[in-house]
Design a protein around this ligand. Structure first.
Ligand code: ADP
Length: 255
């Protein structure tokens, strides 16, 4: 499989007046083209730090990160970041929120505007294009936030607990919905979540991190024997419980 992202022996520690807080130790893994990988680990273990390193917001103390074979610093390819809160601006319409990243990155053109309209149409937001974010449901808001990221055509999508601000029922639907769109767009994605069911229903592989400083404790490929591999079908499949127990056990052997 073609590799989109490669991390090799990544180390990172925060430094402040009280001293050093090692957050990530010796992390190595790859993300293949079109692959969806979930990262789970105890709270405060270093998951968000890892995503910030991949996004280039933090610089590793040791190790290397490559995107499409290029070192992160030299890389011109972009990384999309989706956070817990959708950060849609109320004073802009949905369409104007979607094109915000294009504006900031000076990528607004007839072609990219058309792509924004097409994505809004394809993913059911056409009639809300000129609505304000407050007129959308929580799920629609997350879809708009995803489209804002997709329109920049990122090579890697980073999702940091993107559904955790939603209530349980909405979270299931939105998680499935966002997962389907990412697959349909053929994007490579890294999802950080504390929700094991979410990880198992959406990902190709789950990386289990140890407590801080995070190291990779286990990588578990998720293989389901299903005629149609959807998040809902996975939740009802017998393998689901097996994977849940396996990952749960991994997370708890660390304590
Ligand atoms: P997670 O996403 O797994 O909950 P984080 O990556 O946010 O964990 O944080 C990992 C550890 O690094 C935590 O113990 C946190 O307290 C510490 N940390 C995070 N940001 C900073 C910072 N800016 N300065 C010092 N320590 C930090």
């Amino acid at each position: 499989m073609e590799q989109v992202l490669e991390l090799k022996n990544i180390h990172y520690a925060y430094h402040n007046l009280e001293g050093e807080t090692p957050a990530v130790t010796d992390i190595s893994f790859c993300l293949g083209k079109g692959e969806f990988v979930a990262i789970v680990g105890p709270s405060g273990c270093g998951k968000s730090t890892l995503l910030s390193l991949i996004a280039g917001l933090l610089v590793p103390e040791k190790g290397l990160i490559k995107i499409n074979g290029k070192y992160l610093r030299e890389s011109t390819t972009n990384v999309g970041y989706m956070l817990q809160h959708d950060e849609l601006f109320e004073w802009r319409t949905v369409y104007h929120n979607v094109i915000l990243g294009l504006e900031i990155q000076h990528m607004l053109s007839a072609r990219t505007k058309e792509r924004a309209h097409d994505l809004l149409d394809l993913y059911g937001l056409k009639q809300f294009e000129y609505a304000r974010p407050s007129e959308l449901s929580g799920g629609m808001r997350q879809r708009a936030a995803l489209i804002r990221t997709l329109v920049l055509d990122p090579d890697v999508l980073l999702l940091d607990e993107p559904f955790s601000a939603l209530d349980y029922q909405t979270r299931l639907n939105v998680g499935d919905d966002i997962g389907r769109i990412i697959r349909q767009e053929g994007k490579s994605a890294l999802l950080v979540t504390h929700d094991l069911s979410e990880a198992i229903s959406l990902a190709d592989r789950v990386i289990v991190l140890s407590g801080r400083p995070a190291t990779i404790q286990q990588t578990i490929p998720l293989i389901f024997d299903l005629p149609e591999d959807t998040p809902l079908a996975r939740r009802n499949a017998p393998e689901f419980k097996t994977y849940f127990n396996l990952i749960w056990k991994e997370l708890n052997t660390d304590e």
